[in-house]
Design a protein around this ligand. Structure first.
Ligand code: ZN
Ligand code: FE
Length: 254
């Protein structure tokens, strides 16, 4: 099984999971790049997985479904998303027969209210919720929801690989260093990220264990991070949701 990031728009990745003949794509915002990939590698589309309703994740559903009318399109139960054939709920299991792979679905509201993730041993497709060194903006959910959703991801086994859908790593690292300038792990990661991006190579996937060392949104109990959030909020913060909310606001304004 291989997983390839098909670049789309300016910074999206459409993840293509495939063997020699069948392919599943996650969040195909653009059909053309997916069709080109399938043709180039001589693959048949077996299914589509959708994490949330935003257009940069769903815009290709219609054209792909016209090319492959029999496929299942899995996604959140949200009437806003046209073309979902299998609406999912928390704890549903998605089985992809062609690839013999099974995903467990979890609701992770915050970026949007309909946001879900797909977990299978070793990896998670988490859409716009957790990014490398950062997290998604809260367009629809509350800090309480977003914090709980990030916690759900960080409670997965540490060796889990995080397949998020945007290459935001460079900007996120700048903010993370602003929050935690003395984090040596983060400093080393910054040099690696510069090299990767300088060579046009994705920084995704990333491991959960790595994120636990460098992602401020997963490190709310670190004294330096709490101190940063309290200084930003100009207030004593008593729980991790408050620290998270201040940190997310600071990132929005960074
Ligand atoms: Zn989004
Ligand atoms: Fe997005």
């Amino acid at each position: 099984m291989k997983i390839f990031p098909i670049p789309a728009f300016s910074d999206n990745y459409i993840w293509a999971m495939h063997d020699e003949s069948s392919c599943v794509v996650v969040d195909p915002g653009d059909a053309e790049v997916v069709l080109a990939f399938l043709q180039q590698h001589n693959l048949t589309l077996a299914a589509i997985l959708i994490t949330h309703h935003h257009h940069d994740h769903t815009g290709g559903i219609q054209v792909l479904s016209e090319h492959y009318p029999d496929i299942h399109v899995f996604g959140p139960s949200n009437a806003k998303i046209k073309g979902i054939t299998q609406a999912l709920e928390h704890n549903d299991v998605v089985y992809i027969n062609e690839l013999k792979i099974e995903f467990i679905v979890s609701e992770i509201p915050g970026h949007t209210l309909d946001h879900i993730m797909y977990y299978t041993k070793g990896l998670v497709f988490c859409g716009d919720t957790l990014f490398s060194a950062g997290c998604g903006r809260m367009f629809e959910g509350s800090p309480t929801q977003m914090r709980a959703s990030l916690k759900k991801i960080s409670d997965l086994p540490e060796e889990t690989m995080i397949y998020c859908t945007h290459e935001y790593t460079q900007a996120n690292v700048q903010f993370a260093l602003h929050v935690e300038p003395n984090n040596q792990y983060l400093q080393r990661y910054e040099s690696w990220v510069q090299r990767q991006r300088g060579n046009g190579i994705p920084t995704i996937p990333t491991s959960l264990s790595e994120q636990l060392q460098l992602n401020p949104f997963l490190r709310l109990h670190e004294p330096d991070i709490k101190a940063f959030a309290e200084q930003y909020a100009n207030n004593k913060l008593t729980d991790s949701v408050q620290v998270f909310a201040a940190l997310r606001k600071a990132k929005d304004e960074f």
